[in-house]
Design a protein around this ligand. Structure first.
Ligand code: HEC
Ligand code: HEC
Ligand code: HEC
Ligand code: HEC
Ligand code: HEC
Ligand code: HEC
Length: 497
């Protein structure tokens, strides 16, 4: 570096103090981070779906690097100031850095500096672009905060939406939600860093975006689905693990007269109708008041006899996809459902006496950690079937069920997050369709006791019984006899009966 010159630096240039290698490096770093900031900002604004964690990069990391750059520049200037002062008092020339490109040494050094700066800028740009993609990714959402969102990530990977990015349901497109998500994203990072998050994470999520702007971006609400033919293969908890199946024709239907007959379950989403309701509990499991406004503006109000309050005081909500499909990506399966499925698929040997009962029982014990659960599942089941080689695959399967649906570290299992799609283990549809919701004149009740209103029971039982299909539907034959006035979820909880 050449600092010797005959001419003193022109005092008119206030910036001569920055003319030293340290300050120049600092300024290049600062420039790099400014560049990354702008690049990330533009990328994030243009992206069809925003992402809360980008906020961390844009508003925390980039400014921090900028600060480091500016500090370096300042430090260089300070050192330079001291050097000049010292030189002046010693009566020497206080020339600042002068790069004389006619000198080969200066040329070489300057070349290095420019080269290194260019490489740095390139790396900064590439780095920011890659970190942008990383925070967009599923790994970041679920794995960077592994323990916190581990349960949601695992269930998501086993869901029909395993290939839909987290941000597409949780944030959606547009500027307002983008900013909201940035702010809550920063808070979430703070909550995780300071260990302040709730276990389990609470639902319903208060600021989840309305379905029109998320689900309906991919699923067209006008689509007519028609009927779905589903067989629910179950097993009793007796010694023989007696199979019992129900084959249902689910009348999903549609809500738009231009694309199919209006009716069935998706009738709620009738494009001309509006369905409103209030809930009196935090989990939205108690719905004492429902209002239906049809395309002609005719209002029908239903309420339960106990509910005498003004609905406005509870905040009126409009029904959307997520009032039924509240577990599209994170379905924590109940043990009885998972064990039945594994038995139907032959992964749990049905010939083992009481195997359904034993597997459900071992899954519903409370364990403090996954490792403890794995070990206890293995020892309990091997004690039940000593010296039986058929038990080994059963243990593997029950352990898998546990790992994919139970998360003791976050206190998460099927009991924590209700599923509103049916009515077996949770109130679900029966929150409104329970025979209690009536109009003021008592003439109209929300359909309830007609078991063939939402689905047609085509066949039930086992073996040859399942071959006798009844297109008009048959009355439900509950194994073990009629259950009277009780609701299904009064007895069925997902665990042992
Ligand atoms: C298909 C849409 C969809 C996708 C994709 C999705 N989620 Fe969700 N998520 C939801 C819905 C709906 C809820 C429940 C909302 C409610 O009940 O308030 C939810 C709830 C959550 C909750 C709150 C706890 C809970 O289980 O209710 C967390 C945390 C979460 N999601 C994280 C994630 C992560 C991480 C990913 C990506 C790995 C992801 N989500 C992908 C729709 C989705
Ligand atoms: C980015 C697009 C996208 C978004 C957003 C999205 N889905 Fe989906 N959804 C899909 C895809 C893809 C499938 C799987 C289709 C298949 O493979 O059959 C699917 C499947 C489904 C299914 C059928 C599941 C089954 O068991 O067969 C339901 C129900 C569903 N989505 C509801 C929702 C709800 C509710 C939301 C909003 C919380 C939502 N989806 C958001 C793309 C999306
Ligand atoms: C009243 C409750 C309810 C509402 C509201 C509702 N659905 Fe459904 N939907 C169902 C039921 C029940 C099924 C039958 C399948 C099942 O049980 O998973 C279903 C099935 C589906 C399927 C799967 C069809 C298939 O071929 O597998 C999709 C996709 C779907 N709904 C999307 C939506 C979207 C998008 C919305 C919002 C516009 C919505 N649903 C609103 C109850 C509802
Ligand atoms: C928030 C309250 C509410 C919930 C939750 C709800 N419904 Fe409804 N549903 C209604 C009301 C109100 C009507 C109209 C009442 C009537 O005309 O009998 C209705 C009507 C229906 C109809 C008849 C549509 C027609 O063709 O006339 C079906 C089928 C139906 N619901 C299925 C379901 C299913 C399945 C679920 C659960 C996945 C469900 N509902 C959840 C309030 C609800
Ligand atoms: C308001 C609409 C509605 C009414 C009324 C209704 N169901 Fe259902 N039912 C459903 C839906 C939706 C599902 C599918 C749930 C799912 O996709 O997991 C279902 C599932 C079932 C299943 C299979 C459950 C399982 O997981 O094994 C049985 C059995 C059943 N219903 C019986 C009945 C009986 C009996 C009645 C009359 C007391 C009845 N349903 C009334 C909507 C209804
Ligand atoms: C009085 C309590 C009670 C009520 C109410 C009840 N069940 Fe059951 N249910 C049982 C018992 C006990 C069994 C036998 C369980 C076993 O052996 O594993 C059973 C078995 C079943 C089975 C076959 C085996 C299994 O474990 O899945 C189905 C399907 C079923 N019930 C559906 C329903 C439906 C749908 C409703 C609501 C319409 C309902 N139950 C209401 C107690 C009840």
């Amino acid at each position: 570096m050449s600092t010797e010159s005959n001419k003193p630096p022109s005092r008119a240039s206030r910036f001569f103090l920055f003319r030293n290698w340290l300050s120049l490096t600092g300024l290049v770093i600062g420039l790099g981070s400014l560049f990354s900031f702008l690049l990330l900002f533009v990328l994030d604004v243009l992206a069809p779906f925003g992402n809360p964690y980008m906020g961390v990069l844009i508003y925390l990391v980039a400014p921090a690097v900028l600060l480091v750059g500016l500090l370096l520049a300042g430090l260089g200037a300070l050192l330079e100031h001291r050097r000049v002062l010292k030189a002046v008092t010693a009566g020497q020339s206080a020339a600042a850095l002068i790069i004389d490109l006619t000198r080969s040494r200066d040329r070489r050094l300057f070349g290095y500096f420019v080269g290194a700066s260019l490489v740095f800028l390139l790396v900064a740009a590439m780095g920011s672009y890659h970190s942008y993609h990383f925070t967009e990714s599923i790994q970041f959402c679920g794995q960077a905060c592994h323990q916190v969102m581990g349960p949601q990530l695992t269930t998501y990977q086993n869901s029909p939406h395993a290939r839909v990015r987290c941000t597409e349901c949780h944030i959606g497109a547009g500027a307002t939600w983008f900013v909201k998500a940035k702010i809550s994203g920063l808070y979430q990072v703070y909550a995780v860093a300071c260990n302040k998050y709730p276990r389990p994470i609470e639902t319903p999520i208060k600021n989840l975006r309305p379905a029109q702007e998320t689900c309906e971006q991919c699923h067209w609400p006008k689509k007519f689905v028609g009927n779905l033919d589903r067989t629910y293969q179950r097993f009793l908890s007796d010694e023989k693990n007696t199979p019992y199946a129900v084959r249902l024709l689910l009348k999903v239907g549609g809500g738009d007269p231009t694309h199919g007959p209006v009716g069935g379950i998706h009738w709620h989403m009738n494009v001309g109708n509006r369905m409103e309701y209030v809930t009196t509990d935090k989990e939205h499991q108690v719905v004492p008041w429902v209002r239906m406004i049809d395309s002609q503006g005719v209002i029908t109000e239903f309420r339960t006899p106990e509910f005498k309050d003004k609905p406005e005081t509870f905040g009126i909500r409009t029904m959307d996809c997520m009032d039924c499909h509240n577990r599209p990506a994170h379905n924590f399966q109940a043990p009885d459902v998972e064990v039945d499925l594994a038995m139907a698929l032959g992964k749990i040997d049905r010939a083992l006496p009481f195997v359904k009962k034993n597997c459900v029982a071992v899954l519903t014990q409370s364990y403090t950690a996954e490792a403890e659960a794995m070990q206890k599942i293995a020892t309990t089941l091997s004690q039940k079937y000593p010296d039986d080689p058929r038990v080994r695959p059963v243990i593997d399967e029950v352990q898998r069920i546990y790992r994919q649906n139970f998360f003791p570290e976050m206190k998460v299992n099927w009991k924590v997050y209700h599923d509103n799609i049916g009515h077996r283990n949770w109130a679900g549809c029966f929150r409104c369709h329970d025979g209690q919701h009536k109009t003021a004149d008592g003439k109209k009740t929300i359909k309830a006791n007609d078991c063939n209103a939402c689905h047609t029971i085509l066949a039930q039982g086992s073996g040859a019984q399942l071959d006798q299909l009844t297109p008009r539907g048959q009355p439900f034959a509950h194994p073990g006899g009629d259950t009277g006035e009780l609701k299904c979820h009064d007895c069925h909880t997902g665990g042992p009966p």
